[in-house]
Design a protein around this ligand. Structure first.
Ligand code: SAM
Length: 456
């Protein structure tokens, strides 16, 4: 059987990135359901099929082009792969100085990336690692960064699996903090560790263990520093698909099936914040973790990322963080009565409806502007809701043909996407392409009805 795996940029080349509803607690009406079904089908299309559909629907080339993401230097290309009995077998793979335990499938996927591994970017002198007041070592900005700027680009010392396909015991051991099967997990990580260079081993063992040495030294470091690679590096074998199929959406196994974690030299020194100023993204093409500024950062400021979902209430965050040995004492954790309602309001940000009939001023845009203000007040620019809300506001200003404001928010959206590693669209920062966008040229096209439109 031939599997077709689309690269991220192509898979993301979708209307729905701009139009798909993302707000929670939304009451769906039949019209929205219809739209969602349509968009879900469009979602599955690659660029060629998408273009074909748009042409069939009568969309001119100019409009189609305006929706295309710019060429992506991280585009891993198309992967067409014949399934093989060895797909799930794990093997040791070295990429540069990274030692990894990957499935044959992932190894094949990486080898299909043109020019793999592409060079990592030099950011020499952009940061320093030094002591913080209360959280051990941390990373500090050596100069000012603007939102979206690259702070670090680093290949991991080690990449290791955190779940099946083949090692069901391993997941049990990791889920139980390695208490049930410490020997198994320790041996597995040990087999990667012993392949590392002496220098890398020394760096690795110098990382913080957070008192988890009882798990064994290598496992202790991996548990205290492991960074979850989520969808950025994962197995997509038939075994994984079949194991995934019966799982409920809240099953913990979903997070772990065919997934990986990594430990880095400097990036493992970045501490957690509930209002982080930076975001990490693993890139397959360079086999490296990129750290970018999620908002402007001053020289000397500590650089932080989120170890947990920062839109959860403080009590829920504390539960997650405690499992990583962190007792967070940031202002949001110390004063949940003030912070929790703001974060919940961001999470439940409202759907934005355009006004019925003729233009009725811009007051209908204010719920989205209010969400943006809340995000900036709480320092939540690293959460996906920031891009979503900027997109709402951009769409809304384009809808009312307010060129000046559309451009202001389009440019912010461009930077927020850059920081998050999302696809970049010229229309967000360029008046010419903005005016070719669907929202600008024919706002009623998609729904084909003279009703209110959801600008999500
Ligand atoms: C990946 S390491 C970060 C670097 C670490 N501070 C060091 O000295 O190497 C994660 C550990 O740092 C500490 N840490 C990170 N963020 C923290 C925070 N917000 N509050 C308290 N401790 C934190 C915890 O001990 C955690 O297990």
């Amino acid at each position: 059987m031939v599997h077709r795996f689309l690269n991220a940029a192509k898979a993301n080349w979708r209307f729905s990135k701009t139009l798909k509803p993302t707000a929670r607690n939304v009451k769906w009406n039949p019209q929205m359901n219809k739209m969602r079904n349509f968009l879900e089908q469009v979602n599955g299309l690659n660029r060629e099929d998408f273009e074909l559909l748009m042409r069939m629907l009568g969309l001119p080339d100019d409009d189609i082009e305006a929706w295309a993401p710019l060429p992506d230097e991280h585009d891993p290309g198309l992967f067409e792969y014949e399934s093989h009995p060895d797909d799930d077998v794990r093997i040791h793979v070295q990429v540069g100085n990274s030692q990894c335990l990957l499935t044959n499938w992932v190894k094949q996927r990486l080898e299909h990336i043109p020019g793999f591994p592409r060079p990592v970017k030099e950011t020499g002198g952009a940061y320093r690692i030094s002591s913080t007041l209360h959280t051990g070592l941390g990373m500090f900005a050596a100069h000012r960064f603007k939102m979206g700027d690259l702070i670090a680009d680093e290949r991991p010392l080690m990449v290791f699996p955190i779940g099946p396909p083949t090692d069901v015991n391993f997941i049990t051991s990791m889920l139980n903090g390695a208490r049930n099967e410490p020997k198994y997990a320790q041996d597995l990580l040990g087999s990667i560790f012993e392949r590392m260079s002496e220098e890398s081993r020394e760096v690795f063992m110098g990382l913080c263990t957070n008192g988890r040495l009882h798990d064994g030294p290598v496992l202790g470091v991996a548990l205290a520093n492991g960074y979850y690679l989520a969808d950025d590096l994962k197995d997509e074998t038939e075994t994984v698909q079949s194991l995934l199929a019966p799982l409920a959406p809240d099953d913990e196994l979903l997070r772990r099936l065919g997934r990986y974690s990594s430990v880095g030299k400097d990036l493992s020194r970045v501490n957690h914040s509930c209002s982080p100023n930076a975001a990490k993204k693993f890139r397959m093409s360079t086999f490296s973790m990129q750290l970018r500024a999620a908002r402007d950062i001053e020289e000397g400021e500590e650089i932080t990322t989120a170890y947990t979902d920062n839109l959860e209430p403080a009590a829920e965050r504390a539960r997650h963080l405690l499992s990583r040995g962190i007792d967070c004492s940031c202002p949001a954790c110390l004063d949940p009565a003030k912070s929790d309602p703001i974060r919940t309001a961001v999470r439940n940000r409202p759907v934005l409806y355009s006004p019925r009939g003729a233009r009725q001023g811009d007051a209908w845009i204010s719920p989205a502007l209010q969400t943006l203000a809340r995000i900036e007040e709480e320092g939540l620019e690293a959460s996906p809701e920031y891009s979503y809300t900027l997109r709402q506001v951009f769409n809304a200003y384009v809808y009312v043909k307010d060129e000046e404001n559309a451009l202001v928010y389009g440019k912010k959206l461009w930077l927020a996407n850059l920081a998050a590693g999302n696809p970049l669209y010229d229309m967000f920062r360029n008046v010419e392409s903005m005016k070719k966008s669907l929202q600008w040229t024919r706002p009623k096209w998609l729904w084909g009805v003279q009703k209110r439109h959801v600008l999500i």
